[in-house]
Every structure is written in structure tokens, then in C-alpha cells.
Design a binder for this molecule. Sequence first.
Ligand code: IMP
Length: 197
Amino acid sequence: MNLLFATNNGHKIEEVRRILGASWKIHGLKESGVHAELPETGNTLMANAIEKASFIHDRCQQDCFAEDSGLEVDALHGAPGVHTARYAGPHADAGANNQKLLLALQDTPNRVARFRAVIALWRQGQLHTFEGVIEGRIALEPAGIDGFGYDPLFIPEGYDHPFAALPAEVKSRISHRARAVQKMAQFLQQELAYGME
Ligand code: IMP
């Protein structure tokens, strides 16, 4: 199945391809010839996912999905949440975001956190949403070189190392994104099984 993924984030495209396997053809915006800055003005992950998917759906007049994700840290009352990408400032890179998070938690024994991903899918004129969550904790220092964003700091529940130091196959199976994408894939497969393609 072909799916247009309304994102310019190459890491997310790579992960969704790995999660879904070769029978799904995932096309990012740039490779589809769509050059657009996606709006992200909502106060929730759900609002942002819908905003991004709807922007591309309106513009391209075709089925597509978008994803918005964030890190919720209990000791920070759920922050950075919807501001995860810009935690250390509007143009902050992952290193600056990770440093800010370590500083914010430096005197805090409670390191409990979770990643949440929301997908909004436009399919045959209807909007559907899917959510995935992975519980975990924030490490005391960064480790590993794989992945992106907060992967050097986020240790998923049941593991001793952060995503960036675990095999990519683990993240593809258990991450917030994997769980949301698997729900979307299950929905689309059911639709196909009922002959609604
Ligand atoms: P957005 O969904 O484009 O708003 O960005 C969410 C931000 O959350 C990203 O820029 C990353 O910093 C962070 N993030 C989302 N998913 C992951 C992940 O799987 N690993 C590490 N960081 C992530």
C-alpha cells in the first residue's frame, strides 16, 4: 500500500518504513515533490497531528497521515510535552534539548517519563486518529549513537539502556511511534479486508 507521510523529518520516515516493512510504500513530502513548512500551532499533540495532516490533505487533495510526538516527564508536570521539539528554544537542536532536560532533572530522583505519538490519517474523506505510548525513564547521562532527538536519554521500561544504545529493531517494535503506526496499519488492513480500497 502507498501512503503519503506529511513530514519533513527523515528520521520519522525511516522509522515508519522500518516499522511497517517492505510491503508498505511510505512517501515523505520532499520526495513527493511537496515543499512545505508544516503548521504546528496547536496546544496538544492531537491538534498538531490533525493540523499537519489536514494542511497536506487540503493542499494535495489526497489521502495522507501526519504524526506529532512528545516527551512527558512526571517531575516536570508533563513538560516538555507539545513543546518537545523546541524545548531549549525555537531553533534548538537535540543536543541543546537533551542538556536542558538533564539540567532540569539534576536534583530529581523521580525520572519517570513517557513518549507519546499521535497519528492523524485522512482516508477517503474521513479523519482517523491513533495514539501510541511508551513508558520509561530519563537516564542520568546520554548514551548511544542511534536514533534522534531524546533517544540518548530515554530508557524504555524493561530495559537498562536508552533507545540510542539499543538495537533499532527494539525501538521499531515498542516505541510510541511503533504503537501508533501499528494501530493505523491494523485499521488500513481491516479496511482492505472488507474491500474498501
Ligand atoms: P514533532 O512531532 O515534529 O513536533 O517533534 C517531536 C520532537 O519530540 C522531536 O523533535 C524529538 O525531539 C522528540 N521525539 C519524538 N519522537 C522521538 C523519538 O522517537 N525519539 C527521540 N525523540 C523523539
